[in-house]
Design a protein around this ligand. Structure first.
Ligand code: HSE
Length: 440
């Protein structure tokens, strides 16, 4: 009996594309045994076939610049988009769907920005679009939410979903080495996006959060409406204070349903946060990712692993190819695809209305009455203090002294109003540093 084959077209041969080629070779026998078929790369669409220094050696005859011809090949069943970006990638994915090819993509930006268009086109064409690698690299969080927790109601998620930011903050915490050096290291290790401001500024995490929100809460959020802050607000001074208070600072995504109804409001935000150092998420270091899910029936559960890097991400991509192949063999077709739930409109709670605890670091002159005035203004805005520390006086000429405040749960709008008043005071030497605190 001849072995069945599934033909694959790869679009892109960068870090992840190279990993896919490598994994298909390395695990060929195991994949064939599990699937009862071989996954065969028929063609690889690249910008420059003559480019040197590729992460894997690929038969030169497989390389092409002709996207249309690649998509039209009758021996291609699955198109695997690993180019990144949202312009050419969108055109390519829609063209693949128009050719009735199943699609695997690792492109979170594409799905966060154009997911509705892509999934609608796929539905009409009757093809699958799988995207496990788009969120948390090799951690199968999409399958967990879509299948494992399909019967549960998700109440909240806290996630570390950007490996580069986590690598930078973890390494800064451990070594206090400069930000720029550590970023360069993350780039060399293949964790960072082509444009690393997406990692550092929180944009990559927001893309992933938009995808998670859809799976968790059955609604489509405009990724640009998600409050997004980068890790560049974190100074090594804050890492030190966090440690003293029993916290670590992590790059988090947070989403929560406010109410049990299908159309209850939700909150969704991306920012660095202090988290208690005895929480499971506190141990998620380096480029590792994790999503801590709080759901009605299961309670807390956490999904952890490599969120970036060549082989972990390639693993998720190839597993999607296997799943699509199984669908093809079972003739389950598009109905088995991890298509997001039909979206229900759910209001996104404005950032000013969220309630959480805050870490505030004030740089002030060391003079009588300062502490009292800070506390009075916070109190006047309804912000209650949990802990305060002032570092020993360093004298007017040396620089500001730090007054660090941890608040009880407060409304963001009230905290910001208080800080607006405080920053006007004559003894304030630099704007207050604000980092939210998150917990279970
Ligand atoms: N740049 C991303 C990260 C890659 O650092 O997590 C995986 O999406």
């Amino acid at each position: 009996m001849t072995t069945r084959t599934i033909g694959v077209a790869l679009l892109g041969l960068g870090n992840v594309g190279g990993g896919v080629v490598k994994l298909l070779e390395a695990n060929a026998a195991a994949i064939e045994a599990r699937l009862g078929a071989r996954l065969v790369v028929r063609t690889v669409v690249v910008r420059d076939p003559d480019k040197g220094n590729r992460v894997v050696d690929v038969d030169r005859s497989l390389l092409t610049t002709d996207l249309e011809a690649a998509l039209a090949r009758p021996d291609v069943d699955i198109v695997c988009e690993l180019m990144g970006g949202t312009t050419l990638a969108r055109t390519a994915v829609l063209a693949a769907i128009a050719h009735k090819r199943h699609v695997v993509t690792a492109n979170k930006a594409l799905l966060a920005e154009h997911g509705a268009e892509v999934f609608t086109a796929a539905e009409h064409a009757g093809v699958d679009v799988y995207y496990e690698a788009a969120v948390c690299g090799g951690v199968p969080i999409i399958r967990v939410l879509r299948e494992g927790l399909a019967s549960d109601r998700i109440e909240a998620i806290h996630g570390i979903v950007n490996g580069t930011s986590n690598y930078i903050l973890s390494t800064m915490t451990e070594t206090r080495r400069p930000f720029a050096d550590i970023l360069k290291e993350a780039q060399d290790l293949g964790y960072a996006e082509a444009d690393p401001t997406l990692d550092i500024g929180g944009g990559d995490a927001a893309h992933k959060l938009a995808i998670l929100v859809n799976l968790c809460f059955g609604t489509t959020v405009d990724v640009h409406a998600i409050s997004t802050e980068g890790i560049d607000v974190v100074d090594p001074i804050d890492l030190g204070y966090a440690e003293k208070f029993g916290y670590v600072i992590k790059p988090l995504v947070i989403a929560r349903a406010h109410g049990e109804e299908a159309d209850s409001p939700i909150e969704a935000r991306v920012h660095a946060a202090l988290i208690p150092n005895n929480w499971l998420l506190a141990d998620v270091s380096g480029a590792k990712n994790a999503v801590y899910v709080q759901s009605y029936a299961l309670g807390p559960s956490m999904y952890y692993g490599a969120g970036a890097g060549m082989l972990p991400t390639a693993m998720a991509v190839v597993s999607d190819m296997i799943e699509i192949s199984r669908n093809m063999f079972a003739r389950a077709g598009a109905h088995a695809a991890p298509r997001p739930r039909p979206a229900v409109a759910r209001p996104l709670i404005p950032l000013s209305d969220i309630k959480t605890q805050y870490y505030l670091r004030f740089g002030v002159s060391d003079q009588p009455g300062v502490l009292g005035q800070l506390m009075t203004i916070l109190g006047a805005h309804g912000v209650s203090i949990a802990q305060v520390v002032q570092d020993g006086a360093r004298g007017e000429t040396v620089g500001p002294v730090w007054v660090v405040v941890l608040t009880h749960i407060a409304r963001e709008g009230n905290v910001r109003a208080a800080l607006g008043d405080i920053d006007q005071l004559p003894f304030v030497r630099e704007p207050a540093r604000v980092i939210r605190i998150a917990g279970r």
